[in-house]
Design a protein around this ligand. Structure first.
Ligand SMILES: [Zn+2]
Ligand SMILES: [Zn+2]
Length: 153
């Protein structure tokens, strides 16, 4: 059963001696970003394992995101299934000011992890369909809904 938890996870146990593992099966609320919106919390199933100077993250992320079609601005729903196999650096190797560091101190930001992996996985600019005719450049009509008087799209 997935349970909803806070978006950050204390991974201190992984970083100390003993190299424990943490299993995560959670629903993560991901804020909208880059014109992408999450329909529901992302379902995150991950195994976190302490490795040399960092954490290895393996598992899956399932979510459904909504984007705007880059031609007609209509809503596009994109189901997302990501296989995750990432390693994040911890301690002195990690730069807390680096852009996109999901590990800050002993807290792993799962929302940020989902965001970064989503950005990597999705092509730039969604399309509602491959042959979306977009908007008429003269009157702005959505040509998916019919022609206007401004010639062939
Ligand atoms: Zn479109
Ligand atoms: Zn027109």
């Amino acid at each position: 059963m997935a349970s909803s938890i806070k978006n950050t996870l204390d991974v201190g146990a992984l970083l100390g001696p003993g190299r424990r593992t943490i299993a995560v099966d959670s629903l993560i609320d991901v804020p909208a970003f880059d014109e992408l919106r999450f329909v529901e919390p992302a379902h995150v199933v991950l195994d976190l394992r302490g490795v040399d100077r960092g954490i290895r993250i393996q598992g899956t992320i399932d979510a459904e995101v909504v984007a705007d079609c880059r031609r007609c601005l209509g809503e596009v729903r994109i189901p997302l299934h990501l296989d995750v196999d990432e390693r994040v650096a911890a301690g002195e190797e990690a730069d807390p000011f680096a852009d996109g560091n999901v590990l800050v101190g002993e807290r792993l930001d799962l929302g940020d992890l989902v965001r970064q992996l989503t950005v990597t996985a999705l092509p730039m600019g969604a399309l509602c369909s491959e042959d979306c005719p977009g908007l008429c450049p003269q009157c702005g009509r959505n040509l998916n809904e019919g022609r206007c008087d401004h010639g062939e799209p």
